[in-house]
Design a protein around this ligand. Structure first.
Ligand code: PMP
Length: 399
């Protein structure tokens, strides 16, 4: 049976809702319209109860306590709250005394707030990465020698899939790290994420990357000693322990909770499935298409992510040729809003030609082996077509 088209292979941009998430959300959308902050009637109480259960499930996925979860609109907001919230919480501190460290391959929702903070006078150090996307432990320790800093590092990269050895980096430098914020948006639901093991004081993640709805995410804020303070970026009714005001997005939060519950229960299964399908696709592509290079680490990578540089191919042309059959991307969806070259591929030291030839494939929980065979066939056909066209142009110009 032919797969349903287009085959969705852009799961690092977003994921389809799990049908089990849809059914709990439908119930909330149809009947549970109460405001969890309404304390005077049963509709408010039942909405509050739904949020309480969701908070437990969201916390459990990252081994946190429920009261350490602050619901946000997604990981962009969580990252902004962590970084700007920390910078602004100390009104008596001079900005030049609060240092920030992050890597060049962080998501724009970390790098852009850091640029803003740098423009306000906060020292910000952006670390280079190796050609596979790793932070050199020596470079990291030396960056901390200048003085203690707030560190923000992602666990898994959204473009190239490299999974950083966060635990070792943080544990080896703990004394010089004021707070550690981890962007675990791509990792949550695909590999184990444990705030204690990572040594995270703050951790961001998002529902729509793990088969939950868009518009719901969370910032984990460690509540054990020492007390961690953040200046709220949204002020108002004092919701979410005062960290984030605004009436809670109950359907989104309930969907997020269910998505986290499923992700935790099925983590091993999901991981195996994604690893199997990505290995299958990579092998088939490399067998059929000469000159395909895997960007990022070949070993420590996010299950399901394949970032491929295909020799001599223009990625926009390739994506244009296959778009009715395969949904995949050039770099990240967030980058697509501003069509600039990928800062991640640049940070790896890829040549301009390699950057232009890179496509990102994101395999998800619902992809099948049949879709993988189909994707390899379509990609091979399109690459061959581009290469044949180019060869004939070269022949004509050689005459
Ligand atoms: N961080 C990373 C690593 C991401 O991949 C994304 C989404 N592309 C975000 C942050 C932002 O997440 P959201 O879409 O929930 O704002």
């Amino acid at each position: 049976m032919a797969p349903k088209l287009p085959v969705y292979l852009d799961n690092n941009a977003t994921t389809p809702l799990d049908p089990r998430v849809i059914s709990v959300m439908r119930l909330v959308l149809e009947t549970e319209f109460g405001n969890p902050a309404s304390t005077t009637h049963s509709l408010g109480w039942s909405a509050e109860e739904l949020v309480r259960v969701a908070r437990e499930n969201v916390a459990a996925l990252i081994n946190a306590a429920p009261e350490e979860i602050v619901f946000t609109s997604g990981a962009t907001e969580a990252n902004n709250l962590a970084l700007k919230g920390f910078a602004e919480c100390c009104t008596s501190c001079a900005p030049e005394n609060i240092r920030f460290i992050a890597a060049a391959t962080e998501h724009k929702s970390v790098l852009d707030p850091l640029h803003t903070l740098a423009s306000r006078g906060y020292p910000v150090k952006i670390l280079p990465v190796s050609k596979d996307g790793f932070i050199d432990p020596g470079v990291f320790s030396r960056a901390l020698e200048t003085g203690p800093a707030f560190v923000s590092l992602m666990l898994a990269n959204n473009e190239i899939g490299t999974v950083q050895d966060i635990q070792t980096l943080i544990a080896n430098n703990r004394k010089r790290i004021v707070y550690f914020h981890c962007d675990a948006t791509q990792a949550a639901g695909k590999i184990p994420v444990d705030v204690t093991e990572l040594g995270a004081d703050l951790l961001s993640f998002s529902a729509h990357k793990l088969h939950g709805p868009k518009g719901a995410g969370a910032l984990y804020i460690r509540r054990r000693n020492p007390l961690l303070r953040l200046h709220a970026q949204l002020e108002g009714g004092g919701h979410e322990y005062g960290f984030r005001s605004g009436t809670l997005n109950v359907p989104g939060i309930v969907g997020f909770g269910e998505a986290c519950r499923i992700a935790k229960t099925e983590l091993d299964q999901t991981r195996q499935h994604l690893n199997l399908l990505s290995q299958m696709l990579l092998t088939q592509i490399q067998d059929k298409i000469p000159g395909v290079k895997l960007n990022g680490s070949p070993f420590q990578r996010l299950p399901g992510n394949l970032s491929l540089a295909i020799d001599g191919i223009d990625n926009s042309r390739l994506i244009g040729l296959i778009s009715t059959k395969l949904a995949m991307s050039i770099s990240s969806a967030c980058q697509s809003a501003s069509p600039t070259p990928s800062h991640v591929l640049k940070a790896l030291g890829l040549s301009e030609a390699e950057q232009r030839s890179t496509i990102r494939i994101g395999i998800g929980r619902f992809n099948t082996e049949e879709e993988i065979y189909y994707a390899a066939e379509i990609l091979t056909g399109a690459v061959n077509k581009i290469r044949t066209e180019r060869a004939s142009i070269n022949v004509v110009s050689d005459r």
